[in-house]
Design a protein around this ligand. Structure first.
Ligand SMILES: Cc1cc2nc3c(=O)[nH]c(=O)nc-3n(C[C@H](O)[C@H](O)[C@H](O)COP(=O)(O)OP(=O)(O)OC[C@H]3O[C@@H](n4cnc5c(N)ncnc54)[C@H](O)[C@@H]3O)c2cc1C
Length: 352
């Protein structure tokens, strides 16, 4: 293995060991946001795209998400939010914005999220656009509500899309402290409460031209969607691998009674390997096609649900304890299935 990759792996292992593992219970039960871990990933250079091809940084960062998700899917989801936001800034033609933020985002000095669920659903014909934009001198005034945006905080930024009455939708990058933006924390979910999720209400928020990622959001979404989706797949694969490990740990219990259960680690691992191979072959091709990625994303969602359920069956009452790892993964996996594009959204796009 390449020396640089080897050293990055060991840095990641150390960060997970020291900055994430000690907080996993707190993240799950006390809505603790592992901001320090995310910042350290950037500080250690693990989010840098400098001197890397797109393929290289995508694969590196997908690996970060997978390894994080093995330990805590909530934090891996926060990392996904940051990577999605990073993608918007990496690919924008707005050089002023890129110069101002890209390096700070990659170094973890600034963290960011993404409010694109609603527009993704809008472009797939599922719902109306929640935000509107009114052109004014030097920018736009944004109004409307995004019900849930994660990985936010006082000095964070996030991407969003707003519709103009007569014209293209715009995509912009907004700081959480923008005037007219109200944020209300949401921590009453079944799981992933440590994801720093907020309802964001916009009342005439002035977005200067410098914060506009694209003046043709529909077209821009086509461009950023492959990375948006690719970074999600390892969320499920990490949880699946952790579930398989947890099943293996209890295989000798009660005189090996678990061997009579219909699904065994090898069955789950075979599907997981198949998904990993499909992912690899995507990267061996010339371009990353949205439909191919969406098919893998859907398979990963179904496999993850199956893996966490099997882990509950194999672990028995120990897994039924409220803050046990199998129960946490079960709750986190239901979020993965309901993260945009949700299972129903993907089924519509692929089979509707
Ligand atoms: C914990 C959490 C974090 C999320 N983080 C993000 C994020 O960072 N960025 C992002 O863009 N999206 C985020 N989402 C949204 C997510 O990606 C999915 O879009 C959503 O979970 C599922 O969408 P859905 O298709 O089931 O429709 P829903 O979003 O459930 O919407 C369907 C309809 O229900 C309405 N609705 C939504 N919430 C409620 C409610 N609590 N009570 C009553 N009606 C409701 C909606 O207005 C809509 O008309 C988050 C969701 C959750 C649960």
């Amino acid at each position: 293995m390449d020396l640089q990759i080897l050293s990055q792996k060991s840095i990641l292992e150390k960060l997970i060991e020291e900055k994430l593992k000690p907080y996993v219970k707190k993240i799950d039960t006390d809505a603790f946001y592992a901001e320090g871990f995310l910042r350290k990933l950037g500080e250690a250079g693990l989010l840098s795209s400098l001197n890397k091809s797109k393929k290289e940084y995508l694969l590196n960062e997908m690996y970060l998400v997978e390894e994080t998700a093995k330990v805590c899917m909530t934090t891996a989801f926060c990392l996904w939010c940051h990577l999605a936001a990073l993608t918007y800034v990496r690919q924008t033609k707005n050089n002023k914005l890129k110069e101002r933020l890209l390096s700070s985002l990659e170094k973890g000095e600034i963290l960011a999220g993404t409010g694109l669920s609603n527009p993704m659903k809008y472009y797939a014909g599922l719902e109306k656009l929640h935000l509107s934009a009114k052109p004014v001198e030097g920018g736009y005034l944004l109004s409307g509500v995004l019900p849930s945006v994660s990985n936010l905080g006082e000095d964070h930024w996030f991407g969003c899309i707003a519709g103009i009455k007569e014209g293209n939708d715009i995509m912009c990058f907004v700081p959480c402290n923008a005037e007219g933006l109200k944020m209300k924390e949401k921590i009453d979910y079944l799981g992933i409460n440590g994801s720093a999720t907020y309802a964001c209400s916009f009342t005439d928020v002035f977005v200067p031209d410098e914060w506009v990622l694209s003046e043709n959001a529909k077209e821009y979404v086509e461009q950023i969607r492959p990375a948006f989706l690719l970074y999600q797949i390892p969320l499920g694969l990490g949880v699946t691998q952790a579930s398989i490990t947890s099943i293996e740990k209890v295989c000798q219990k009660q005189n090996g009674c678990n061997q009579f259960l219909k699904k065994q680690p090898d069955d789950l691992r075979a599907i997981e390997h198949d998904i990993q191979q499909k992912l690899q072959s995507l990267f061996n091709g010339d371009s990353l096609n949205f439909r191919d990625i969406a098919k893998i994303r859907l398979k990963a969602a179904y496999l993850t649900l199956e893996a966490v359920q099997e882990s509950m069956l194999h672990n028995g009452s120990a897994g039924y304890i409220q803050d046990s790892a199998p129960s946490r993964r079960l709750r986190e996996a239901y979020f993965f299935a309901n993260l945009t594009p949700t299972v129903k959204h993907l089924e519509k796009v692929l089979n509707g």
